[in-house]
Design a protein around this ligand. Structure first.
Ligand code: DX5
Ligand code: ZN
Length: 216
């Protein structure tokens, strides 16, 4: 098992060619498929919903990772019984905070993750560290693929890596990761990187994933 895992974001693929996109992920040796769910409320864009994830995840052996950029109540229910084993909610996505949603995800037998937007302090994660299996640091404002990585994210990744300490929590980074910055993102402490547009545009995605897997 490589130390650093790669999850291409299917949102950045050509929706008119899902079989081609999944072939590419498979041939590249991707560890996970990242499903970006957007509801046009929590973020100013709409992507896809539960039926899409259900249909495509049934046709692949690659594990799934669902990133919910949605108002959580009651939107989360439709995702709990699905195949993807990681479900990440946004700290900012509910008035009452993520507690209840972490419990719902965990009770459904999934690994619960919390994501924070670039403007949210990493300290907000402190009360949840013993109850989650994944933290997702957004390195762009959520809502769109193809944005530029925010350099201030590197310090945030370092901070969260220290907060995690010896706990068994994956540290995922999402937004603007590309050939030019992925080594810095990993050096700062990420061990699960989401790559959207840069993956699908890359001339040799299999070579790139292999390079990431060789980082010890
Ligand atoms: C943004 C999404 C990301 C995005 C990644 O809201 O959460 O997963 O699709 O795409 P890139 O890597 O192009 O920023
Ligand atoms: Zn995402």
């Amino acid at each position: 098992m490589p130390r650093v895992k790669v999850a291409p974001s299917i949102f950045a693929a050509d929706f008119a060619d899902m079989p081609g996109a999944f072939r590419l992920l498979h041939d590249a040796g991707a560890d996970c498929v990242h499903y970006d769910v957007m509801d046009g409320r929590f973020v100013p864009n709409i992507s896809f919903g539960p039926k899409f994830i259900e249909d495509v995840s049934a046709k692949t052996e690659i594990p799934g990772d669902t990133h919910l950029m949605i108002d959580l109540s009651p939107g989360i229910d439709a995702y709990l019984g699905q195949k993807p084993s990681y479900i990440t909610v946004h700290y900012e996505a509910s008035a009452e905070g993520p507690d209840k949603y972490i419990d719902m995800i965990t009770r459904a037998g999934k690994t619960a993750g919390i994501s924070i937007k670039p403007g949210t302090s990493p300290e907000t994660l402190a009360p949840y560290l013993d109850r989650i299996g994944l933290i997702l640091i957004m390195s762009v404002e959520p809502g769109f693929s193809g944005q530029k990585f925010m350099p201030a994210s590197l310090g945030r990744i370092e901070t969260v890596r220290k907060m995690i300490g010896g706990r068994d929590i994956l540290l995922q980074v999402d937004g603007g990761v590309c050939r030019e910055n992925y080594r810095d993102v990993i050096a700062a402490g990420a061990d699960f990187i989401v790559i959207g547009s840069a993956f699908f545009k890359d001339k040799d995605p299999a070579g790139w994933v292999n390079e990431i897997h060789l980082i010890g």
